[in-house]
Design a protein around this ligand. Structure first.
Ligand code: DGY
Length: 324
């Protein structure tokens, strides 16, 4: 029997690729060429499934170019690279990789909170530049983390994991805002209190963004939201670029309206707004919040298992859209 055909759109772990090769006719991209729209459509022509990452956009144009496509398995929990409505109406299943990255991503979020509040990147750059010649009472004196107020915008699985770290590990007072309020038991397990977005902005000493990127969350943090925050506060974004208006953030940081920011994601990444690059009170990392070997392997394996489950047995493990 002919094996289904699958495109793996980016380089992945060789052992996961081997698993896919046992079940499918695989076109790989271990050279990790970044496909533009046309190259992606050309490479995906005739395939039954694609293993995508956040870099590949699956929209109506791609779906029209690939009429035989049945599933796109994203190696990411976020899926703003998918036009889910277009996929559903084309009868193409979408899957993502939830759960396997929750704790790892929360660890990184907390690392950014600490690095930002305690000015670790600034201190390191100073030292590497050979500028350290004495101890001084106020050198890189930052903001307290333990015992402060942690604000969380977006309270899904990762937000809850960040809350647990803050409340139980660092004795923080945790407040959150989310589209819908958590049930009482979940709130109690995170020791987190639901507040309005305005209260969150005004009360947080450290605000972390962990919400999905959608049309509604575009620039959820812009000039007017930043103006409501304490000038001593820090902001961390581990969610998606576009949730923060990066130009407005750079202006607020420059004006001293906000103490510091830690950013793992950027509008239009991998480009970074030049005004952010010019500032010292930002910690910048290249979209690596889920990047441990173990977690990235688990994400790749779950994406592969979704392809295998759906194309060979008719059932994916973590579907995003119901198909008729
Ligand atoms: C995710 O899983 O959404 C991460 O941002 C990796 O892309």
């Amino acid at each position: 029997m002919l094996k289904p055909a699958v495109l793996v759109a980016r380089a992945i772990f060789p052992e996961v690729l081997q698993t896919l090769q046992q079940h499918f006719e695989v076109t790989d991209n271990q050279a990790d060429v970044l496909f533009d729209k046309e190259q992606l459509a050309l490479s995906a022509k005739g395939v039954d499934g694609i293993l995508t990452t956040g870099s590949e956009r699956v929209d109506a144009a791609l779906l029209a170019a690939c009429p035989g496509l049945k599933i796109c398995a994203n190696m990411a929990v976020g899926y703003n690279n998918f036009d889910l409505a277009a996929m559903t109406s084309a009868g193409v299943l979408a899957t993502n990789t939830p759960d396997v990255l929750t704790e790892t991503t929360a660890d990184f979020g907390f690392a950014l909170i600490l690095a930002t509040a305690r000015r670790m990147a600034e201190g390191e750059h100073f030292l590497r530049a050979g500028l350290w010649n004495r101890w001084r009472y106020d050198m890189f004196a930052g903001a307290e983390v333990h015992g402060s107020t942690l604000g969380i915008l977006g309270m899904g699985r990762i937000g809850q994991a960040v809350a647990r770290r803050g409340a139980h590990g660092f004795g923080m007072r945790v407040i959150y805002h989310n589209r819908s309020r958590l049930d009482a038991a979940t709130e109690a397990s995170c020791a987190a209190r639901f507040v309005s977005k305005q209260d969150l902005l005004q009360q947080a000493d450290h605000l972390i963004l962990v919400l999905p990127y959608t049309a509604e969350s575009h620039h959820a943090i812009g000039a007017s939201e930043l103006a409501q925050m304490k000038p001593t506060a820090t902001l961390v974004n581990i969610a998606r670029g576009g949730i923060v208006d990066d130009a407005a953030l750079a202006a607020a940081l420059k004006a001293g309206a906000l103490a510091a920011a830690g950013l793992d994601v950027f509008e239009g990444e991998p480009r970074v707004h030049p005004d952010l690059l010019a500032l010292s009170n930002v910690v910048l990392t290249p979209h690596i919040a889920s990047a441990t070997i173990q977690t990235r392997r688990a994400m790749a394996q779950l994406a592969a298992d979704n392809l295998i489950g759906f194309l060979l047995h008719g059932k994916a493990l973590t579907p995003l859209n119901g198909l008729r």
